[in-house]
Design a binder for this molecule. Structure first.
Ligand SMILES: Cc1cc2nc3c(=O)[nH]c(=O)nc-3n(C[C@H](O)[C@H](O)[C@H](O)COP(=O)(O)OP(=O)(O)OC[C@H]3O[C@@H](n4cnc5c(N)ncnc54)[C@H](O)[C@@H]3O)c2cc1C
Length: 457
């Protein structure tokens, strides 16, 4: 099989590179190799009744398949260089923003028309934050919601499926350099040859990406890991922020250690959910546009970034160990009331049942101080008190903390301004490159690479 372009991974990075290539040059022969299922076959078996927690399906329907890790996400497309990745360091700030806006236009065209674009610039909230030692980052946020995000992906797939050769439930095992370009070796021994190869395997493909870099002698460097908790409280406490901004990315520098703690992935009227990365269960959150599916709570993560220096290189291993510890004690995700944490008590099912906040996730009541390192936990507690000044009620006894939330980052792959490795025609994009951590940055990286390929032929 000989293609012009072989794309490994059908997450946002892979989808948007395929979209841009085929819409600009309809005669191109493109293959997309995806370890997971097509969108309509992606079904997580957790129903809250018969199956209450992760049973480790392979492939995992949450992380793998058309749409990638973002398919059932909240669909928040943040148009900014201030967070979500460092794509701008490679392609320039202006170009990065333009590509993110272009991705937004495509989403609108494929079903997101009518969704709201929020902006944090010049708001009264920014002033309030600054008065209390908190920094509100600038961004425009298109919130699709899990339901509209799905519709956009469905429409994109229906448009692409007859123009592109999608191979689902197919794992790429090795990549070899050949005279004509690249050969992708698949499960079962099949080989796909292409002039160009784009790798976009996301976080779930991080271990494979490392192996490919080692085989092809592409330099990498280790990265960071973010550790923290997911906070859940009544919607009303944050409504003055979420009604105006939807997502507010707020950063706080702790007085004790001068560490940075930040809010991440805010979900007004949302639900707390579990996430399974290579068998390790962590916590996450999402929300729906559809009012019928909304809850009375808002959730968001509070994260502390840990960067390690020599000789320690395994930042993800560190995060995994902490998540494993919480899985060992709680059998999965643990929940604790803020008041219990402050008073040095574990939460019990009785205390959780009596709380004014009804949990949206069935987690095990426990003691997060037995799991999260002191320095990180101290920072989170300090930030909760700081947030209480701009959103009174955040530090209430009944505020729920779920743990642990871990954001694993891929090691950074050495790529140039075209997102090309030292091997001509081999590109690494999206989260597996280590330079994006978000839907908009991953999608923009796909467009950037597609345009570079077209500029060559
Ligand atoms: C629950 C959840 C909620 C999120 N919410 C948001 C949000 O609201 N906003 C935001 O900006 N970001 C969010 N994110 C992050 C966002 O989803 C990712 O940053 C984004 O999906 C990265 O895109 P990608 O294409 O790089 O990788 P992915 O989306 O991870 O896609 C990679 C694909 O490659 C496939 N793959 C892996 N290895 C192989 C292999 N060897 N062979 C073939 N295929 C392979 C995988 O199956 C997967 O489908 C969320 C993530 C999760 C898990």
């Amino acid at each position: 099989m000989y293609y012009d372009v072989a794309i490994v991974g059908a997450g946002p990075g892979g989808i948007f590179s395929a979209y841009e290539l085929i819409n600009s040059q309809p005669n191109l022969k493109i293959a997309v190799i995806e370890a997971g299922n097509p969108l309509n076959k992606r079904k997580c078996p957790i129903d809250g009744k018969k199956i209450k927690s992760c049973i480790g399906c392979k492939p995992c329907s949450i992380m793998n398949g058309f749409g990638g890790a973002g398919a059932f996400s909240d669909g928040k497309y943040n148009i900014t260089n201030q967070f979500g990745g460092t794509l701008y360091e490679y392609i320039g700030k202006q170009e990065a923003l333009e590509l993110m806006r272009y991705v937004d236009e495509i989403n609108l065209k494929y079903g997101a028309d009518g969704t709201k674009l929020y902006s944090t610039a010049n708001t009264e909230i920014k002033k309030q934050c600054l008065r209390h030692g908190l920094m509100l980052l600038d961004a425009s946020v298109r919130h699709l919601g899990t339901d509209i995000n799905y519709i956009v992906l469905e429409n994109l797939y229906n448009d692409l499926k007859n123009k592109i050769d999608f191979r689902f439930l197919t794992c790429a095992r090795h990549i070899k350099k050949t005279e004509k370009g690249y050969c992708v070796l698949l499960d079962g021994g099949e080989e796909i040859e292409a002039k160009y190869c784009i790798i976009s395997v996301g976080r779930s493909g991080s271990k494979w990406m490392e192996a490919v870099c080692a085989e092809l002698d592409v330099p990498t460097k280790s990265n960071r890991v973010d550790i923290g908790v997911r906070v859940e409280l009544p919607y009303e406490i944050f409504s003055h922020l979420t009604d105006e901004l939807y997502e507010s990315k707020i950063v706080y520098r702790t007085e004790k250690y001068e560490d940075l703690v930040r809010t991440f992935c805010m979900n007004p009227k949302g639900a707390v959910v579990t996430e399974n990365t290579n068998g390790i269960v962590t916590v996450n959150g999402h929300s729906y546009e559809d009012p019928a599916k909304q809850t009375g709570n808002t959730n968001f993560a509070l994260l502390v970034a840990k960067h390690f220096s020599e000789p320690f290189k395994d930042s993800n291993g560190y995060g995994e160990s902490i998540a494993r510890l919480s899985n060992m004690l709680g059998g999965g995700v643990m929940v604790q009331r803020f008041g219990d944490l402050i008073n040095g008590k574990r939460s019990t099912p009785e205390r959780i049942n009596e709380a004014f906040v009804t949990p949206t996730l069935n987690a095990t009541p426990g003691d997060l101080s037995l799991v999260i390192p002191k320095r990180i936990l101290d920072g989170i507690i300090e930030m909760i008190y700081a947030l209480d000044k701009i959103a009174p009620g955040t530090a209430n006894t009944d505020t729920l903390l779920y743990g642990v939330e871990v954001k694993f980052y891929n090691m950074e792959v050495s790529i140039d301004e075209n997102l090309q490795t030292r091997h001509e025609g081999l590109y690494v994009i999206g989260d597996c490159s280590g330079i994006t951590h978000s839907l908009s940055h991953a999608s923009a990286s796909g467009i950037h690479v597609a345009r570079h390929i077209m500029s060559k032929d």
